[in-house]
Design a protein. Structure first.
Lengths: 101, 170
């Protein structure tokens, strides 16, 4: 294979950095969900890359499980966005303060 | 050394990840997120894992991105274009991103994974399917239950109680 493991790992690190930036800076709930998606995809890329280069089928199996669980997480997250939007008429997380002590 | 397809996929993936977070309109942002997810699927093809790549295309690009797009459309129009962030936080976030990238990148470049190469054939999807129904079957059942629970939970969460009460009174 012409591509090396470290290339895939560096792409994954870059995606993780972008995701952390989005999670830290953005206050829009939907954008934060985008950032979480990017981080999950970086993790999946790492899992599959290591599974391929260490020649083990477990990497792909784990990635399939991870994709399915991420789908469930997005479903719940989007319905939370809908509920919060209905309560506050906004998607700014600074407005979601009913749990604040 | 990486080949041209890899570099093109890297540009597409990272560029559209930045666009997904920085584009003014949330609708274009979610379309850019589709680009990121598709680029990751391309990386899976490069890693000789076509089964995972097609799963990624079907689940992420096919359903999750469309779900996000529809949720964005449910939000009020001015909120889609409103950009809420403070400047100081933005610089702190950029610094955090750079620290993460440089630190983790240095660790990876310094570690022994640069020497890992493989000539072995990739795992076949038959092996994956076999391991799913033999070794991983409890995890498979657990995943099915989690998916069912999360779908039910999100339906219950998003249900409109006021509409139901209206129907009950009329």
């Amino acid at each position: 294979m012409t591509n090396e493991l470290v290339d895939f790992t560096l792409v994954s690190v870059a995606l993780l950095g972008i995701g952390i930036y989005g999670l830290a800076v953005k206050r829009n709930f939907i954008r934060m969900l985008f950032a979480v998606e990017i981080i999950i995809n970086a993790a999946n890329l790492n899992i599959v890359a290591f599974g391929r280069y260490l020649s083990h089928a477990a990497g792909e199996s784990l990635a399939l499980f991870s994709i399915a669980i991420a789908a469930a997480e997005v479903g719940v997250g989007l319905s939370l966005i809908i509920v919060a939007y209905r309560m506050y008429q906004n998607v700014d997380i600074a407005d979601f303060r009913s749990l604040k002590g | 050394m990486a080949d041209a397809v890899f570099l093109a996929l890297t540009v597409i993936t990272i560029g559209s990840a930045i666009a997904a977070l920085e584009l003014r309109s949330l609708i274009y942002g979610s379309i850019a997120l589709m680009g990121t997810l598709g680029g990751i699927a391309g990386f899976f093809f490069l890693l000789d894992s076509p089964f995972v790549a097609l799963f990624q295309l079907a689940v992420y690009v096919g359903s999750i991105a469309v779900l996000i797009l529809f949720t964005v459309m449910l939000v009020r129009r001015e909120l889609i274009f409103k950009n809420i962030e403070d400047r100081r936080r933005k610089f702190a976030g950029l610094a955090l991103m750079l620290v993460t990238m440089v630190a983790l990148g240095a660790v990876f470049l310094d570690s022994g994974i640069k020497t890992i190469t493989t000539d072995e054939p990739a795992a076949e999807f038959r092996d994956i399917g076999m391991s799913f129904v033999t070794y991983y079957w409890p995890a498979l059942i657990l995943m099915a239950l989690i998916l069912a629970g999360s779908v039910t939970g999100s339906l219950v969460l998003a249900k409109r109680e006021d509409v139901e009460n209206d129907q009950r009174t009329s």
